[in-house]
Design a protein around this ligand. Structure first.
Ligand SMILES: [Zn+2]
Length: 331
């Protein structure tokens, strides 16, 4: 069993206090970005509420014991009072896009029955955005008339993906992501250099497991592939259009942005080591600074949800980069 991630500790405390004062909400809407472990937290909370060791001790709510009958059933995914709901898997083994209305109706029926263990009945809906209109309506009924000792935990990456009628019936919870303590936790638990973790967190908008994924999977090789493409543009071995097509087909636009700004940052700071190194030194400083500046401005616009075409903006950086290369190599 995973223990509570530090960024959910406040949420855990909030639930513990609600239990103690006998004011548990019937529905919680947990809003957290993808990669922040919200399902793990919802699952830990569910197991702990169902755990027989916690039965009748609301003042001492603690993490599930892991070995009572209820915990055993939970771990085997067969606890009769626990209903994790997400889009079904189709015949080809792929996840469907939506949660079917029948899944919600079935849940409502189940929640109208008595608890099998005379305790909590808990459903996790993940993600709420997978509900279509009919599913929403079925869910609304359940939210309006929840049975006794019922907790619905709705998960969403984004508050705006949840209809106001659903939102207003839930207690909204968000994790508290403090980058310093997240960095400590990731560095300690996954044995990474703390500075690397901080760097990865910055790139991944402070989302803990996105940063971990970045650190452990593609981060470095992705970076060297993209840096190599940008070098090839400068060396005029690829034109900007080709380079961009290759970059975007192998990597997401976000990764291309991040790595391009890293490339310029390191180059401007004189820290970029590569086969094109002698060429960097011959590029007018003003040009490198201007391009870096422009890049940062574009990136800010993208983060703020600008509708400007990311492709055109990347071209607007790579074309002058290519031209600069042509000038220095023809001298
Ligand atoms: Zn237990």
């Amino acid at each position: 069993m995973t223990s509570c991630y530090p960024w959910y500790e406040q949420n855990w405390e909030q639930i513990a206090q609600s239990l103690q004062s006998d004011r548990m909400p019937h529905a919680v809407l947990l809003v957290a970005p993808r990669g922040s472990g919200k399902f793990d937290f919802a699952s830990l909370l569910s197991q702990s509420l169902l755990c027989q060791d916690n039965r009748g001790k609301p003042e001492k709510f603690k993490q599930a014991c892991g070995h009572c009958k209820s915990c055993e059933l939970f771990k085997a995914q067969t606890h009769p009072d626990y209903y994790p709901i997400s889009p079904l898997i189709d015949d080809k083994g792929k996840s469907k896009q939506n949660i079917a209305v029948d899944q919600i109706r079935h849940l409502s029926d189940k929640l109208n029955e008595k608890s099998h263990f005379n305790g909590w009945r808990i459903a996790i809906l993940s993600p709420v955005s997978a509900l279509k209109a009919s599913g929403f309506n079925a869910l609304l009924k359940t939210l309006e008339e929840p049975g006794e000792n019922t907790l619905l935990i709705l998960l969403s990456d984004n508050l705006h993906q949840v209809a106001p009628t659903i939102r207003s019936r839930c207690q909204i919870m968000r994790p508290y992501i403090d980058s310093e303590s997240v960095a400590d936790w990731l560095a300690t638990n996954y044995n990474h250099d703390r500075n690397h973790v901080i760097d990865a967190l910055e790139r991944c908008h402070q989302v803990p497991f996105a940063a971990l994924d970045y650190l452990e999977n593609q981060g470095e090789s992705r970076k060297s592939q993209l840096f190599d493409l940008f070098d090839q543009v400068l060396l005029n071995q690829l034109n900007p259009k080709q380079a961009l097509e290759m970059a975007l087909s192998d990597h997401g636009a976000e990764s291309v942005w991040l790595n391009l700004s890293d490339y310029f940052y390191l180059m401007v700071a004189g820290k970029l080591k590569s086969k094109a190194q002698t060429s960097y030194q011959r590029i007018p400083k003003v040009l490198s600074f201007n391009l870096y500046d422009k890049l940062i401005q574009y990136q800010r616009g993208q983060l703020a949800g600008s509708n400007l075409n990311a492709h055109a903006q990347l071209q607007a950086i790579l074309i002058p980069w290519y031209e600069a290369g042509r000038r220095i190599h023809s001298q």
